[in-house]
Write a protein that binds this ligand. Sequence first.
Ligand code: PLP
Length: 400
Amino acid sequence: MTFPVSDNVAAMKGSSTLIAAQAAADMRARGIDVIDLSVGEPDFDTPDFIKQYAWEGLQKGLTKYTATAGTVEFRRSIVDFFADRFGSHFDDANVAAACGGKQALFNAACTLLNPGDDVLIPKPYWVTFPEIATFCRANSVFIDTESTGFVLTADQVADAITEKTRLLIINSPSNPSGRVIPASEMHRIVEVCAANDVYVLSDDCYLFFAYPPAEPFSLTSLPDELRHYVCVAGSFSKTYAMTGWRIGYTIANPEWTKAMIKLQSHSATHPTSFVQYACAKALQDRDATLAAVKTMTAEYERRRNWLIPRLNEIKGFVCPMPEGAFYAFVDVRGLLGEKYSSSADVADALLNQGFIVVTDGAGFGADGFLRFSYATSMANLERAVEKLKGILGTTTVVSA
Ligand SMILES: Cc1ncc(COP(=O)(O)O)c(C=O)c1O
């Protein structure tokens, strides 16, 4: 028996990051001790005080529907937090709660795009971006950013815009490259888009994971006339180690926000009521929240500082220092030739010979690259590096 999957969904590809995670899970189920460097998920637990707030919400009986846009308290907490942290000026009418960053992105894209519109997506990209465009029957138009070290520039955007361009999707710090677009360039990118009546969807999933001297920059701090063109898709998942809680938000102009609320009223309705309560309280409890984020960011930075020089010692690996997120995006094209014909082959060798799970770059539009997540323990990273050296060998540089 076959099932007639809709054209919109049939045209979408499955998530390559989840395929790698599944490979790890299958091996684990067979009793194999895998080193999983494919996961895009913090290895920290949710901070205790946020769990306490969720329990407080439950005790208060917050177990019923809320407004589709989210509670007033939740939306205000976002407004106040961004005003405080980034000097942004927007209000409740700009904010809608969503069930995670993914739903925020879907809401934003589905309320803007029409069939046949062009969506600019810088390469390498997070796997979901082109699939959202496909779902909306829009066309993904990729911008190659290799010449600028995977950092999108306003000139590249200007060159790519045509009459058909409706939306640009950006993600800084980036999954998978870890690159951060400098604030001044972000500003110019939005200026170019606004001048051409192109909207910008900014996936701020890793906003707070920018390592000094890189700094988190929120497009919500732009002047009103530019902000009109921007929708920020925010998420609590990575920043606060809350992936399973499924909560995020959008910050966009009031009309765009209303359209997203209308769409969401016919799908998820809203994120879990007591989770909204916990997140609002956490954002109000600013010092505790920022301290927790700082601790996690410092640990990711420590791992990054340890890992990247070691990866560069592996024969055939080239990896510039990522400025944010928790991924190393390694150029393995130096290994391709007789033994390996693609980065997927290299990933397979690491899996089969070392039980190391990494994600092939092809799913991110970057064949020839591998993504290593360092959202895992130092012990795992140390074991992985030892095994990589055994499988691929080292260059002559040996670290102290
Ligand atoms: C770049 C990026 N955006 C969005 C998400 C979605 O996060 P969530 O839906 O858990 O908020 C992820 C998760 O991996 C991501 O890497």
